[in-house]
Design a protein around this ligand. Structure first.
Ligand code: GAL
Length: 413
């Protein structure tokens, strides 16, 4: 396809403006993630702009945030950085983000985006960030052959989940592929919290930080269920990257993984087919609810006009229907902008799209605390440390963990 034709497809003016360069900070380094980023690079190249990759290894983005802080405090911000939820507000308050209102008006973002998403992309009423996708966190990924070997259906409840885990263990298959990093433990934990406690409980605990939920009989059950899962992980789990854990499920060494649907990107990149080779099912107890994780890029104020032109091209491309489709087909997520053709999305994607709409209507759509959507960094970190400590050190009791949650939720003087 010619550059001009591709530019039309992406919804951008065929580049007459001088070429610039974008420097983009992100943490998409696994197989599926890298394929998705390549689509963005391609969109920029089509418009004649160069791409400088600032990829910081480390799923979940903790290391990337450290790099971002040092770049910005050093007076050398990137063009764009993967930032989400409350962090957009934190960076907005620092006065370093660019105003994207003109592009937003041109592309009618207010009409294209769900209201909550549009609000999250604005600081002080002005757009400063652009959303890429919607990930659903509360999935359980299952190797279909492994399930066949033990002759059981996908678990519909925690009782069925643990019964299946027992059978798999006896059959010599690692029941749960786990990557022992705090953010991964936190990801499993929030899914268990939703599955055991339900959406109202989840919201009270992790959005409202209500001490009565953070220290409660329900939270105790959540912690107990969470810890029970550990017995079904393998000894080599500590420090393992999430995509290595997914690879164990892909190869059939392990049967299941709790992970958001970026895991699907890995299955697809390995040539696996949903429903044939692997299953995407709602984690036990979470069929009627949805933990959302929206990836977005915040744009930084830049000095040079060429750099600003390239930045604008980046923003425009991200919100174009063609990009939202191709990126999300690779990433495992669903488009966040309206008007994208969902015809090419597989069953997991179709399901995610339907659940996203349905759960919003019945008020069981909740933001991911493990993926920086629900709380500012300081609160999120304190929770994450507590969850990881509880998982890794069996001497820590549920009561102690709950006390730490309550302390983490208390406003700091
Ligand atoms: C999440 C991010 C996803 C995904 C994952 C693992 O925080 O939202 O896009 O790639 O980390 O790196």
């Amino acid at each position: 396809m010619s550059r001009a034709a591709m530019a039309v497809l992406l919804g951008v003016a065929a580049a007459a403006a001088p070429a610039g360069e974008v420097e983009v900070l992100h943490w998409w380094t696994s197989g599926g993630e890298a394929k998705s980023v390549d689509e963005l690079k391609r969109a920029l190249a089509t418009q004649g702009h160069a791409w400088r990759d600032l990829a910081v290894q480390g799923g979940g983005g903790d290391a990337a945030m450290t790099v971002l802080r040092s770049r910005v405090t050093g007076g050398n911000p990137p063009t764009a950085a993967q930032l989400k939820g409350p962090a957009i507000q934190e960076w907005g308050r620092m006065g370093v983000l660019a105003n994207l209102d003109d592009v937003a008006t041109e592309q009618r973002w207010d009409a294209q985006l769900p209201k909550v998403v549009a609000e999250a992309m604005k600081y002080n009423g002005h757009y400063v960030a652009v959303p890429v996708n919607v990930h659903r966190v509360n999935w359980l990924w299952i190797n279909r052959d492994a399930l066949r070997k033990v002759g059981t259906r996908a678990p519909q409840s925690w009782d069925e989940f643990f019964a299946l885990a027992e059978k798999l263990q006896r059959a010599g298959i690692v029941p749960v592929a786990h990557g022992g990093q705090p953010w991964q433990e936190f990801t499993t934990f929030e899914t268990v919290a939703l599955g055991v406690g339900g959406a109202d409980f989840y919201r009270k605990a992790f959005v409202k930080l209500d001490p009565a939920a953070l220290k409660s009989g329900t939270m105790e059950s959540v912690l107990t269920t969470f810890r029970r899962i550990k017995a079904y992980t393998d000894k080599a789990a500590p420090r393992r990257d999430w995509n290595q854990a997914t690879a164990m499920v892909i190869r059939g060494e392990a049967a299941m993984q709790f992970m958001g649907d970026w895991a699907k990107g890995e299955f697809l990149a390995a040539g696996k087919v949903p429903n044939k080779d692997f299953l995407c099912v709602s984690a036990p107890g979470t069929e009627r609810s949805y933990i959302f994780n929206i990836d977005s890029f915040a744009m930084f104020q830049l000095q040079s006009a060429a750099a600003r032109t390239a930045q604008r091209a980046l923003v425009t491309s991200i919100m174009s229907p063609a990009f939202q489709e191709i990126f999300n087909l690779n990433k495992g997520s669903i488009p966040v902008a309206a008007g994208v053709n969902m015809g090419r999305f597989d069953l997991c994607g179709q399901e995610s799209g339907a659940y996203f709409t349905a759960t919003a209507m019945i008020n069981t759509l909740v933001p991911s605390i493990a993926h920086k959507m629900a709380q500012p960094a300081a609160v999120e970190d304190a929770f994450k440390e507590t969850v990881a400590a509880f998982w890794n050190d069996e001497r820590i009791t549920s009561a102690q963990a709950m006390d730490r949650f309550v302390a983490a939720a208390r406003p700091k003087p």
